[in-house]
Design a protein around this ligand. Structure first.
Ligand SMILES: C[S@@+](CC[C@H](N)C(=O)[O-])C[C@H]1O[C@@H](n2cnc3c(N)ncnc32)[C@H](O)[C@@H]1O
Length: 237
Protein backbone atom coordinates (compact mmCIF):
# COMPACT_ATOMS: atom_id res chain seq x y z
CA UNK A 1 0.00 0.00 0.00
CA UNK A 2 1.29 3.52 -0.84
CA UNK A 3 1.86 5.47 2.40
CA UNK A 4 -0.01 8.77 2.77
CA UNK A 5 2.37 11.62 1.99
CA UNK A 6 2.59 14.12 4.78
CA UNK A 7 3.70 17.40 3.20
CA UNK A 8 3.64 19.39 6.44
CA UNK A 9 7.00 21.12 6.69
CA UNK A 10 8.03 19.82 10.10
CA UNK A 11 11.68 21.00 10.42
CA UNK A 12 13.20 17.80 11.88
CA UNK A 13 11.59 15.65 9.18
CA UNK A 14 12.65 18.02 6.39
CA UNK A 15 16.21 18.16 7.69
CA UNK A 16 16.43 14.35 7.89
CA UNK A 17 14.95 14.02 4.40
CA UNK A 18 17.53 16.38 2.85
CA UNK A 19 20.38 14.75 4.79
CA UNK A 20 19.18 11.45 3.30
CA UNK A 21 19.01 12.51 -0.35
CA UNK A 22 21.97 14.96 -0.36
CA UNK A 23 24.32 12.71 -2.35
CA UNK A 24 21.79 12.31 -5.17
CA UNK A 25 20.24 15.79 -5.10
CA UNK A 26 22.28 17.45 -7.87
CA UNK A 27 21.95 14.52 -10.27
CA UNK A 28 18.20 14.34 -9.79
CA UNK A 29 17.78 18.08 -10.10
CA UNK A 30 19.42 18.00 -13.52
CA UNK A 31 17.43 14.93 -14.55
CA UNK A 32 14.06 16.37 -13.52
CA UNK A 33 14.61 19.85 -15.02
CA UNK A 34 16.66 18.82 -18.08
CA UNK A 35 19.48 20.96 -16.69
CA UNK A 36 17.37 24.15 -16.78
CA UNK A 37 17.67 24.80 -13.03
CA UNK A 38 21.02 26.57 -13.54
CA UNK A 39 19.42 29.05 -15.95
CA UNK A 40 16.60 29.81 -13.47
CA UNK A 41 19.10 30.62 -10.71
CA UNK A 42 21.05 32.88 -13.12
CA UNK A 43 17.82 34.84 -13.67
CA UNK A 44 17.45 34.99 -9.88
CA UNK A 45 20.90 36.57 -9.64
CA UNK A 46 19.93 39.09 -12.32
CA UNK A 47 16.88 40.31 -10.39
CA UNK A 48 18.90 40.36 -7.14
CA UNK A 49 20.84 43.14 -8.90
CA UNK A 50 24.16 42.39 -7.24
CA UNK A 51 27.40 43.46 -8.81
CA UNK A 52 31.15 43.41 -8.13
CA UNK A 53 31.98 44.01 -4.46
CA UNK A 54 28.43 43.39 -3.16
CA UNK A 55 27.47 40.97 -0.41
CA UNK A 56 24.74 38.35 -0.74
CA UNK A 57 23.16 35.67 1.41
CA UNK A 58 21.53 32.56 -0.06
CA UNK A 59 19.28 30.77 2.45
CA UNK A 60 18.28 27.09 2.15
CA UNK A 61 21.38 26.97 -0.05
CA UNK A 62 21.49 23.16 -0.27
CA UNK A 63 24.43 22.04 -2.38
CA UNK A 64 25.25 25.67 -3.16
CA UNK A 65 24.37 26.32 -6.80
CA UNK A 66 22.48 29.61 -6.17
CA UNK A 67 25.32 30.81 -3.92
CA UNK A 68 27.93 30.00 -6.60
CA UNK A 69 25.90 31.93 -9.20
CA UNK A 70 25.82 34.91 -6.82
CA UNK A 71 29.57 34.53 -6.28
CA UNK A 72 30.21 34.90 -10.01
CA UNK A 73 28.21 38.16 -9.97
CA UNK A 74 29.91 39.76 -6.94
CA UNK A 75 33.42 38.81 -8.01
CA UNK A 76 36.55 38.52 -5.88
CA UNK A 77 35.86 41.66 -3.84
CA UNK A 78 32.35 40.58 -2.92
CA UNK A 79 31.11 38.26 -0.18
CA UNK A 80 28.64 35.38 -0.42
CA UNK A 81 27.28 33.32 2.47
CA UNK A 82 25.16 30.17 2.00
CA UNK A 83 23.02 28.95 4.90
CA UNK A 84 21.24 25.62 5.31
CA UNK A 85 20.25 23.36 8.20
CA UNK A 86 21.29 20.09 6.49
CA UNK A 87 24.94 19.31 7.25
CA UNK A 88 25.00 16.71 4.45
CA UNK A 89 23.90 19.27 1.85
CA UNK A 90 26.45 21.77 3.23
CA UNK A 91 29.28 19.21 3.06
CA UNK A 92 28.61 18.78 -0.67
CA UNK A 93 28.42 22.56 -1.15
CA UNK A 94 31.80 23.01 0.56
CA UNK A 95 33.32 20.30 -1.67
CA UNK A 96 32.14 22.22 -4.72
CA UNK A 97 34.07 25.38 -3.66
CA UNK A 98 37.32 23.68 -4.67
CA UNK A 99 35.90 22.21 -7.87
CA UNK A 100 34.29 25.52 -8.92
CA UNK A 101 37.27 27.56 -7.69
CA UNK A 102 34.76 29.92 -6.09
CA UNK A 103 34.81 30.70 -2.39
CA UNK A 104 31.51 30.77 -0.52
CA UNK A 105 31.16 30.72 3.25
CA UNK A 106 28.70 27.86 3.93
CA UNK A 107 27.17 27.93 7.41
CA UNK A 108 24.66 25.78 9.23
CA UNK A 109 21.55 27.56 10.51
CA UNK A 110 17.80 27.95 10.42
CA UNK A 111 16.46 30.41 7.88
CA UNK A 112 13.66 31.28 10.31
CA UNK A 113 16.22 32.66 12.76
CA UNK A 114 19.13 34.03 10.74
CA UNK A 115 22.41 34.50 12.64
CA UNK A 116 23.19 37.82 10.91
CA UNK A 117 22.91 41.51 11.77
CA UNK A 118 20.21 43.81 10.43
CA UNK A 119 21.10 45.14 6.98
CA UNK A 120 24.28 43.02 6.69
CA UNK A 121 23.74 42.07 3.02
CA UNK A 122 22.94 43.79 -0.27
CA UNK A 123 20.64 40.92 -1.27
CA UNK A 124 19.16 37.72 0.08
CA UNK A 125 17.97 34.86 -2.14
CA UNK A 126 16.16 31.57 -1.64
CA UNK A 127 15.84 28.86 -4.29
CA UNK A 128 13.37 25.98 -3.93
CA UNK A 129 13.60 26.29 -0.16
CA UNK A 130 10.76 28.44 1.13
CA UNK A 131 8.21 25.74 0.28
CA UNK A 132 9.73 23.66 3.06
CA UNK A 133 9.34 26.06 5.97
CA UNK A 134 6.40 26.04 8.42
CA UNK A 135 6.20 29.86 8.61
CA UNK A 136 6.62 31.59 5.23
CA UNK A 137 5.95 35.17 6.48
CA UNK A 138 8.64 34.73 9.10
CA UNK A 139 11.09 33.45 6.47
CA UNK A 140 10.53 36.58 4.34
CA UNK A 141 10.65 38.77 7.39
CA UNK A 142 14.07 37.37 8.35
CA UNK A 143 15.34 37.73 4.77
CA UNK A 144 14.17 41.34 4.76
CA UNK A 145 15.77 42.06 8.13
CA UNK A 146 19.30 41.06 7.04
CA UNK A 147 19.20 43.14 3.82
CA UNK A 148 20.07 46.84 3.81
CA UNK A 149 17.43 49.39 2.77
CA UNK A 150 17.42 49.52 -1.04
CA UNK A 151 18.67 45.93 -1.34
CA UNK A 152 16.69 43.00 -2.76
CA UNK A 153 14.96 39.82 -1.63
CA UNK A 154 14.55 37.11 -4.28
CA UNK A 155 12.61 33.84 -4.20
CA UNK A 156 12.70 31.11 -6.85
CA UNK A 157 10.09 28.40 -6.39
CA UNK A 158 8.14 25.72 -8.20
CA UNK A 159 4.57 26.57 -9.10
CA UNK A 160 1.72 24.88 -10.96
CA UNK A 161 0.85 25.95 -14.55
CA UNK A 162 -2.65 27.13 -15.56
CA UNK A 163 -2.45 26.45 -19.28
CA UNK A 164 -4.91 23.73 -20.35
CA UNK A 165 -3.01 20.78 -21.79
CA UNK A 166 0.29 21.72 -20.22
CA UNK A 167 -1.37 21.56 -16.81
CA UNK A 168 -2.47 17.94 -17.39
CA UNK A 169 0.97 16.95 -18.69
CA UNK A 170 2.63 18.64 -15.71
CA UNK A 171 0.35 16.87 -13.20
CA UNK A 172 1.17 13.53 -14.80
CA UNK A 173 4.91 14.28 -14.77
CA UNK A 174 5.01 15.71 -11.29
CA UNK A 175 2.62 13.35 -9.52
CA UNK A 176 3.52 10.20 -11.45
CA UNK A 177 6.98 10.34 -13.01
CA UNK A 178 8.86 12.40 -10.39
CA UNK A 179 8.13 10.01 -7.47
CA UNK A 180 9.10 7.05 -9.69
CA UNK A 181 12.35 8.74 -10.72
CA UNK A 182 12.92 9.40 -7.03
CA UNK A 183 12.44 5.73 -6.22
CA UNK A 184 14.74 4.40 -8.95
CA UNK A 185 17.38 7.13 -9.18
CA UNK A 186 17.47 8.32 -5.57
CA UNK A 187 16.25 5.19 -3.82
CA UNK A 188 13.85 7.36 -1.85
CA UNK A 189 10.27 7.42 -3.09
CA UNK A 190 9.06 9.33 -0.04
CA UNK A 191 11.30 12.35 -0.66
CA UNK A 192 10.15 12.72 -4.25
CA UNK A 193 6.49 12.13 -3.38
CA UNK A 194 6.84 14.84 -0.78
CA UNK A 195 7.94 17.21 -3.59
CA UNK A 196 4.61 17.30 -5.53
CA UNK A 197 2.64 17.24 -2.28
CA UNK A 198 4.56 20.26 -0.97
CA UNK A 199 4.05 22.18 -4.23
CA UNK A 200 0.31 21.48 -4.07
CA UNK A 201 -0.11 23.07 -0.66
CA UNK A 202 2.20 26.04 -1.44
CA UNK A 203 0.56 29.48 -2.05
CA UNK A 204 0.03 30.47 -5.70
CA UNK A 205 2.22 33.31 -7.09
CA UNK A 206 -0.28 36.10 -6.28
CA UNK A 207 -0.72 34.85 -2.72
CA UNK A 208 3.05 34.59 -2.25
CA UNK A 209 3.47 38.16 -3.52
CA UNK A 210 0.89 39.25 -0.91
CA UNK A 211 2.85 37.47 1.83
CA UNK A 212 5.94 39.42 0.77
CA UNK A 213 4.16 42.74 0.87
CA UNK A 214 2.59 41.74 4.22
CA UNK A 215 6.04 41.63 5.86
CA UNK A 216 6.93 45.08 4.53
CA UNK A 217 8.84 44.19 1.37
CA UNK A 218 8.46 46.97 -1.19
CA UNK A 219 6.90 46.51 -4.62
CA UNK A 220 7.00 42.69 -4.73
CA UNK A 221 6.62 41.29 -8.24
CA UNK A 222 7.04 37.98 -9.98
CA UNK A 223 7.91 36.49 -13.34
CA UNK A 224 6.65 33.10 -14.48
CA UNK A 225 9.32 30.97 -16.15
CA UNK A 226 9.52 27.68 -18.01
CA UNK A 227 5.95 27.72 -19.34
CA UNK A 228 4.42 28.24 -15.91
CA UNK A 229 6.26 25.81 -13.66
CA UNK A 230 8.64 28.28 -11.97
CA UNK A 231 7.85 31.57 -10.23
CA UNK A 232 10.58 34.14 -9.62
CA UNK A 233 9.50 36.65 -6.94
CA UNK A 234 11.55 39.72 -6.09
CA UNK A 235 11.13 42.83 -3.98
CA UNK A 236 12.96 45.82 -2.58
CA UNK A 237 13.82 46.33 1.08
C1 LIG B 1 15.11 21.75 -2.46
S1 LIG B 1 16.55 22.18 -1.56
C2 LIG B 1 17.10 23.61 -2.43
C3 LIG B 1 18.58 23.78 -2.43
C4 LIG B 1 19.14 24.93 -3.26
N1 LIG B 1 18.66 26.22 -2.79
C5 LIG B 1 18.88 24.78 -4.73
O1 LIG B 1 18.54 25.80 -5.37
O2 LIG B 1 19.08 23.70 -5.27
C6 LIG B 1 15.86 22.86 -0.08
C7 LIG B 1 16.89 23.12 1.00
O3 LIG B 1 16.27 23.86 2.04
C8 LIG B 1 16.87 23.49 3.26
N2 LIG B 1 15.98 23.94 4.34
C9 LIG B 1 14.68 23.66 4.51
N3 LIG B 1 14.19 24.29 5.60
C10 LIG B 1 15.23 25.00 6.13
C11 LIG B 1 15.36 25.86 7.25
N4 LIG B 1 14.33 26.10 8.07
N5 LIG B 1 16.55 26.44 7.49
C12 LIG B 1 17.61 26.19 6.67
N6 LIG B 1 17.56 25.36 5.60
C13 LIG B 1 16.37 24.78 5.33
C14 LIG B 1 17.04 21.97 3.12
O4 LIG B 1 17.96 21.44 4.02
C15 LIG B 1 17.47 21.86 1.64
O5 LIG B 1 18.87 21.86 1.52
Amino acid sequence: MTPRIDASPEPAKIQAMFDGIAGRYDRLNSLMTAGLHHRWRDLGVLVAQVGPGDSALDVACGTGDFAFALRRAVGRQGRVVGLDFSEEMLALARDKCGRNQLWVDFVQGDLLDLPFADGEFDACTVGFGIRNVPDIPRAFSEMRRVVRPGGRVVCLEITRPDLIGFKQFYNLWFDGVVPLLGRFAAGDKFAYSYLPASVRRFPDPDALRDVMSGVGLINPRYEILAGGIIALHHALV
